[in-house]
Design a protein around this ligand. Sequence first.
Ligand code: AOF
Ligand code: ZN
Length: 375
Amino acid sequence: MIDDAATALDRRFMAAAIRFSERHTGLTGTNPSVATLLVRDDGRGPWIVGRGITAPGGRPHAETQAINEAGALGPGATAYVTLEPCAHHGRTPPCAEALVRAGIARTVSASGDPDDRVDGRGHAILRAAGIEVATRVLAADAARAMSGYLRRSTERRPEVTLKLAISRDGCIGRKGEGQIYITGPIANRQTHLLRARSDAILVGLGTLLADDPQLTCRLPGLEGRSPLRIVLDTRLEAPLSAGLVQTARRVPTALAVIAEKASASAEPFRAAGCAILACEADPASGRVALPELLEDLAARGISSVLVEGGAGVARAVLEEDLVDRLILVEGADEIGAGGLASPLDPHDVPDRFLRSRILHLGRDRWTEYERRVRS
Ligand code: AOF
Ligand code: ZN
């Protein structure tokens, strides 16, 4: 009985730690956003004495911030960490050693850390110091919160989320018209939150030409959290006057082009502040090869990519089985004549996707799917 109570309490604090960690998702560079809660119980029930989240940019790590906040209340506390504490010497000593030095009595962790420098060593340092260690508490929830980092660490590519807004009659836009609203303001704000939490947004040239989009996060207070904007522009045909190009100094922007286009003709784009990604061409289509581009992005530290635009890009990532998370936002109204058909029928989602969440946002329905674990 006592064990069950302890487990329920552990889950409660770990759930709080995971939610807390999500505050910095998308802000911590190549580091995952990790949270630590230090909790002690002096006989009147548990209370949180220190909290930390991986700082923007990736350092300091969560644990040392929580230890500092707890001060004299740290010794004897239980540490809830969403990721195994690190075991390597970076700019600061390992967090596992910091927890030992702080006199932590017990550690509860959610996900292991696949980083070669950690991978079990963090837990081993704690155990060797006589600290009780419970692992894998709410491991699946923590893995979901850090899915980009875990995917990049283990598969050397970012996690890809495809988001499609689909009208009631199965369309994603109207031919010849720029941006039209398929979903309402609440769903649109949810999309901006998704952008804030992503490292990069990917769209095709067609979307840039048709919509001249901004692809920024415009939620009040979160304006600084716009991700890197990447345009698939095989032959470098984007106009210099495009909004994305013109604002590249303010919001990072990259054009993914095939190698032979990355030379002299790209100079004006570089001068405007755009990064030029020289990509391999897919032998069949001649277009930028997507798996290789994703590998390249992972090597640059990008852990999550949100695919937001263009039926063509959506179709390509689906056909090449590159989509890890699928988000369908179904609007309440029809587009009618001239509608562009969605590359995916919301009533016929491929079997490899498992529905994980449904939100009702105003008149819209937001459904999330995760790719089933490959056997
Ligand atoms: C922790 N606590 O809050 C985070 C950890 O480049 P460095 O030295 O900052 O190390 C990066 C690695 O640290 C990263 O790959 C992951 O293994 C770990 N992240 N570890 O103990 C944290 N963010
Ligand atoms: Zn650390």
